[in-house]
Each structure stands twice: as C-alpha cells, then as structure tokens.
Design a protein around this ligand. Structure first.
Ligand SMILES: Cc1ncc(COP(=O)(O)O)c(C=O)c1O
Length: 421
C-alpha cells in the first residue's frame, strides 16, 4: 500500500536533510573522512564532570529529577541563563525566556507561531539548512537575500521587501545567523547589526537571530565584542534570539533556549506544550549544574583554542593542496569553512568522486533557497583530528583534480567506483 494519498500538504513536500543523508551514506564507506556534519568534537565533552553531576542527580534525593517539569523549563536553569545572557549584553526577564529541546525545536516553534502557509520568509543566501527544513515544513515561501563580506546586503534586503509587498505578499520574518554562520562562517559586522535593527523597525519585520556559535570565536582573529548579538540592542522588541548548549557542552542534552518579547515567549510556550510538554528533566538539571559549578565557563576558552587550531590546520591544508584551485575565506570562529570551486565544477556531481576517495562534505546547494551555490561546499573542521583533516583535504584535492581532468578529456566512462562497506 502506498501512503501518498494520506499525507498532509506539508508532509507531501518534506525532504530529507542533505546533511543527515550524508551522515547515513558515510557509515557505509570504510575509512571515510567526513567534513559533512557540524558536530562538536566528542573529545571536548567533559565526561567526568557530567558523570559526577548525573550520579549525584540520580542518587534519588530529588524526586523531580526524572519527572515531567514546567514547559518553560527547569526554573533554576532558566534563571541561570542570566549570567550567560548578560555576558552577551542581553538583558531579559524570566518571562521572556523558554528552554527548548535544541535550537532546532526553537526554530520549529517560531515557525508554528509566526508563519502561515504562503508567507514570505527572508533568509540569507546561503543559510542554515535546518532552518530551510523548518520553514519549508511550515509551507513558507523562502526568499533569499545575498551576502556581502560583512553580512547580508541591506540594499538588497530593502529591494526584496519592497518588491514582495508590491506583489501583495506578507513578509514578517528575517532569519539570520550573525555569528560564524552555518554554512559560511561569516560574522555580521557590528554596524550592520545596528542597521538591521533600524531596518526591522522601518520594514515592520521581526528578526529571528540564531546564535549557537557566538561563544566559539577564535582568540587570534575575533573578539567577544564582535559577537555582540543583535538582541543586545533590541529596545523595540524586534528580535527573537535563540542559542544552545549543543556546540559547547554537548548536543546530546538537546538543551537550548529562546529569548523573545514576553507575549511571543508565552505563545512559544503554548506551542511547545503541544510538541513535547517539556524538555528532558535530567538533561536540564545536568546543564544547570554544569553552569553553576563553572564547567561551562571553564570549558569555553579551551573550546575556542581547540577549534581555532583545527580550523588553522584545515586552512593550511587547503592552501597546500588546493591553493589556486579553490577559494576559501578564513573563518574567525565556529565550525565551518566555505569553499568555492572552479565555476565548471558542480559540488553535487563531484560527490561520487569524493566518496570514492573516502572523503565527504556538504554540497553548497543544500544551503541555498534559489538553486544557487552549485560550485560551493561546506567543510566542517570541528570533528576530525588534525591528521585526518590533512589527509581528508589531500583526498578532496585528488578528487577535484580528477574531476577537472575528466572534464577536459570527456569520455563515456567517468571511471568512478564508490567503495562498498
Ligand atoms: C545555525 C544553527 N541553528 C540551529 C542548530 C541546531 O542546534 P541544536 O543542537 O541546539 O538543535 C544548528 C546545529 O547545527 C545550527 O548550526
């Protein structure tokens, strides 16, 4: 029996995430070096501390540890966000905060509360693929706005909104990842952040600011001040701010948070009630203890140095093996390098050749809502070791050179065989 006729309109057009698909593929190829997923390095997880905290929580003295909890979140955790938010210059009240099961759920709740089918949602070109999935499941019509070196192009933003409104379209949302964007690593400049707030006011649009990477600036090339969230200067209540413990403590806790104007936070809470009732009680308590015991604060400088070193290794390897062939802006934080291939090389078509060489990445097209980015790719340096990063780039360089060679001597057999494992 086929089930197509039972599907909702939303389900009928749902597509598997390109990144998750790459993850599944990878498990079948022996010795694969994957630059695909934006996973933190498990070597950074403070397991011993988590073990102590969890053991104490599970000792049985607190009956609520394994119980349902409030939808807003475990109150001490919601309160403990104070110090984190203040360190990012965000002043907020308890009523404006909500704990979510990952920022991914935060995005999904925002879409449930703010988007009607057919609404235009403004996104960067390129943008986070997980947000594309959320907005597309909400049956939004995503409209891409190009980036400049210091972030989204404000003039293009103005033109786009004016055009959409002339066409009678409803535009109420702009989605941004201002700090070390997934996928490009781009940091939006401080002047532009302020200009975006003015723009949001003028255009009567809300900004959804997604900030999982702000803490992970590289000390040699960026400062904490440069990561100041747009939300920090949001006096008009224009910004819904999302952040997460996934890239710092561990994604397995699925613990993240939203800060929104009070009326919006209340709606998000109602939407969350129907989604999961509450985020995991044990997870929230472990994360809370990791904050109050100073685990998170102690970890942050180490993480910055750790990922900075990995990024430098990848950049050097690209320079050595792919210099002159691939352009790649240096990253100043986060997990990603964004590479542009020669125009005639399509990153999707290159993939079988890369997999045959046991290396993988995410083809850039997954991050574009306008069919652009065919010759771009996202390389995540966060997970592999230094040696594996070097080896992976050598393999990738071999695949790109072989592709260029095949293009210059066309034949019917492309000579690619993907190893099976
Ligand atoms: C920009 C961005 N937003 C949201 C998420 C989802 O994070 P979480 O693990 O908190 O759901 C990610 C994860 O890669 C991300 O890169």
């Amino acid at each position: 029996m086929t089930y197509q006729r039972f599907f909702s309109h939303a389900a009928a057009q749902m597509r598997e995430s390109a990144i998750r698909k790459m993850g599944t593929l990878g498990t079948r190829i022996p010795d694969l070096i994957s630059f695909a997923p934006g996973y933190p390095d498990p070597a950074t997880f403070p397991r011993d501390r988590f073990q102590e905290i969890a053991a104490s929580l599970l000792s049985g003295s607190d009956g609520s540890t394994l119980q349902y909890g409030p939808t807003r979140g475990f109150r001490p955790l919601v309160e403990a966000l104070d110090s984190i938010l203040l360190s990012r210059a965000i002043v907020s009240r308890f009523e404006q905060r909500l704990i979510t099961s990952g920022s991914q759920q935060g995005l999904d709740l925002v879409a449930k509360v703010l988007i009607d089918p057919g609404d235009a949602v403004l996104v960067e070109l390129p943008t986070y693929a997980g947000a594309i999935s959320v907005f597309s499941n909400a049956l939004a019509d995503m409209v891409g706005v190009p980036q400049e070196d210091d972030g989204i192009d404000l003039a293009a933003l103005d033109h786009t909104v004016a055009r959409l409104r002339r066409e009678g379209r409803r535009v109420r949302l702009l989605y941004l990842v201002p700090n070390f964007q997934n996928p490009t690593g781009l940091l939006i400049g401080l002047d532009k952040r302020r200009a975006l707030l003015d723009w949001a006011e003028r255009a009567d649009v809300l900004i959804v600011e997604d900030d999982p990477y702000g803490d992970l600036y590289f000390p040699d090339s960026a400062t904490a001040e440069e990561t100041r969230p747009i939300k920090a200067d949001d006096h008009g209540g224009r910004v819904v701010y999302l952040s997460s413990f996934s890239k710092t403590l561990a994604p397995g806790f699925r613990t993240a948070w939203v800060v929104a104007p009070e009326a919006l936070a209340a709606k998000l809470e109602i939407a969350k009630q129907a989604t999961d009732l509450c985020t995991g009680a044990l997870d929230q308590r472990v994360v809370h203890q990791a904050i109050v015991q100073g685990v998170l604060a102690g970890l942050a400088p180490h993480l910055r140095a750790h990922y900075q070193a990995k990024c430098a290794v990848m950049q050097e390897a690209i320079e050595r093996d792919l210099g002159g062939l691939v352009t790649c802006a240096p990253a100043r934080g986060g997990f990603f390098l964004w590479a542009t291939l020669p125009p005639q090389v399509d990153a999707d078509s290159l993939l079988p050749r890369a997999l045959a060489a046991a290396v993988t990445y995410v083809a850039g097209g997954a991050f574009f809502v306008d069919d652009g980015g065919a010759n771009t790719l996202r390389l995540s340096f966060s997970q592999p070791t230094h040696d594996r990063i070097r080896e992976g780039i050598t393999r990738l360089a071999g695949a790109i050179r072989a592709e260029l060679e095949a293009q210059s001597t066309p034949s019917r057999d492309n000579g690619i065989s993907v190893p099976r494992g």
